[in-house]
Write a protein that binds this ligand. Structure first.
Ligand SMILES: [Zn+2]
Length: 367
C-alpha cells in the first residue's frame, strides 16, 4: 500500500505543493475469535466478556475428605479409602511422573503408606502440582514402641542411657519414626529442664527439645503422644490445648483451672476419677505443680511457703514460676497480709497470660 503524505517542502520557501488525491483505502473488518469455541467478536472487550462468561477459568483440584489440598505441605497420616478422595475440573493425571487414568488415581492413592509423592493435575486452563507426604504408621509398630517404653521407663529414674536403649530397641520400626523421635526429644527435654540423668544439655535447651518433640508428634494420633503434647503445652503456659487432653486427667484439670484464671475458656476438663493410661516421666516442676493442685485447699495453705520458694527459684523456668505465683495468689490472697499479696500480684503485671488476673487481684486487695 502506498501512502500519500502532505508535507511542506522547506526548500520551497513557503510555496504550495500539490497534494495528490488519496485512493480509497478499504479496511477489511477485524474479527476476534474465541480460542475455545466458534464465537467471533468485533472487539477485544467483547471477546473478553464472552470468554470469562462462557468459559469460566478453573484450576484442577483434589479434595481429601471434603477439603481441597494446597499445592505443598499436605501430610497424609491416616489410611485413606477411595471414597475419601475427590477430583475436580481435572482432565489428565500424572503421579510421580507417570500418566495414569484419572479413574485409577484413587485406588493408587489408597495404597500409598509412606514417602513423598508428586501429583500433577491438568485441564485446559491450568496445570497444578501437589506435593503429598504420606506417613501412615502401622498400628502394630506404634504399640510395640509403647511396650518398649513402658518396660524401660515405668517406675524408673530417667537417664540418657535408657533413652538411647529405647531408641535402639525401636530403630527398626520404620513407620513409627516420628513417634520415636518425638518421645526421645521429649525425654531429653525433661532431663535438660531438670539437669539430671547424666544429660549434657544445658538447662535452656529444654525448650528446643520440647519444640522438636511437638513437631515430630504433630500427626501421631496416640493417647501417649497426646499426653506428651499436653505436658509440653502446660510447661509453656499454653493451657487451652492441655485442658482437652483425655488421658491425663490431673493435667487436664490443672490446665483447665489455669486457663480459667487467665480468663480463657476451660472446656474439656475431665473428672478427676478418670485414671491415666500411662505414667510418663515428667520434669520436677510440673510434677510439683500438679501435686500442689491435687491437694485440698487447707493442705495447700500449709504449702504456701514452699510455693513461695518456687516463685523465686532460679532452678525453675519463668513459665513455671508464673504458675507457682498464680497458685500462691489463689490461696494466699485471703490468708496473707495485703502488701505481700500485692507485691506478688505486681510481679505478674507484665505477664502475657496473667496480667489481667494480676490487675484483678490488685483491684480486690485493699492496701
Ligand atoms: Zn467461546
Amino acid at each position: 500500500m502506498t501512502w500519500y503524505l502532505s508535507f511542506i517542502d522547506p526548500g520551497n520557501s513557503g510555496g504550495s505543493v500539490t497534494i495528490p488525491e488519496s485512493p480509497p483505502v478499504v479496511i477489511s473488518p477485524i474479527v476476534y475469535e474465541c480460542p475455545r469455541c466458534v464465537a467471533c467478536f468485533e472487539s477485544l472487550e467483547a471477546r473478553r466478556d464472552h470468554f470469562f462468561a462462557a468459559h469460566p477459568f478453573r484450576k484442577p483440584a483434589i479434595l481429601l475428605r471434603g477439603r481441597a489440598l494446597g499445592n505443598a505441605g499436605t501430610v497424609v497420616n491416616e489410611p485413606t479409602q477411595g471414597a475419601d478422595w475427590l477430583l475436580a475440573s481435572c482432565e489428565s493425571v500424572c503421579l510421580n511422573g507417570e500418566d495414569i487414568e484419572p479413574a485409577h488415581l484413587f485406588s493408587q492413592l489408597t495404597e500409598l503408606r509412606q514417602g513423598f509423592h508428586v501429583l500433577e493435575l491438568t485441564n485446559q486452563d491450568a496445570k497444578e502440582r501437589f506435593e503429598l507426604s504420606f506417613c501412615i504408621s502401622e498400628l502394630e509398630e506404634l504399640r510395640h514402641l509403647e511396650n518398649v517404653f513402658r518396660m524401660l521407663f515405668t517406675d524408673n529414674d530417667l537417664n540418657v542411657d535408657d533413652i538411647r536403649r529405647f531408641a535402639e530397641a525401636c530403630s527398626s520400626l520404620a513407620t513409627a519414626k516420628n513417634y520415636l523421635e518425638g518421645v526421645c526429644q521429649y525425654l531429653y527435654g525433661v532431663l535438660a529442664k531438670d539437669q539430671r540423668g547424666d544429660t549434657q544439655l544445658r538447662h535452656t535447651q529444654y525448650k528446643e527439645r520440647f519444640n522438636q518433640a511437638l513437631g515430630a508428634l504433630r500427626y501421631v494420633n496416640r493417647p501417649m503422644a497426646g499426653t506428651i503434647r499436653a505436658i509440653i503445652n502446660f510447661s509453656c503456659n499454653s493451657f487451652a490445648q492441655s485442658a482437652g487432653v483425655q488421658h491425663a486427667p490431673e493435667l487436664a484439670s490443672a490446665a483447665g483451672r489455669f486457663a480459667a484464671w487467665a480468663g480463657k475458656s476451660s472446656t474439656g476438663v475431665l473428672p478427676m476419677e478418670c485414671k491415666a493410661l500411662t505414667r510418663l516421666p515428667i520434669d520436677h516442676a510440673t510434677d510439683q505443680l500438679l501435686g500442689w493442685m491435687t491437694l485440698p485447699a487447707e493442705r495447700l495453705t500449709e504449702e504456701l511457703d514452699g510455693l513461695r520458694r518456687a516463685c523465686n527459684s532460679s532452678l525453675w523456668t519463668a513459665e513455671d514460676r508464673t504458675k507457682a505465683s498464680v497458685l500462691w495468689l489463689q490461696h494466699a490472697r485471703a490468708r496473707r497480709p495485703s502488701d505481700e499479696v500485692r507485691r506478688m500480684a505486681r510481679s505478674l503485671l507484665n505477664d502475657p497470660i496473667f496480667a489481667s488476673y494480676a490487675e484483678q487481684v490488685l483491684e480486690n486487695t485493699t492496701q
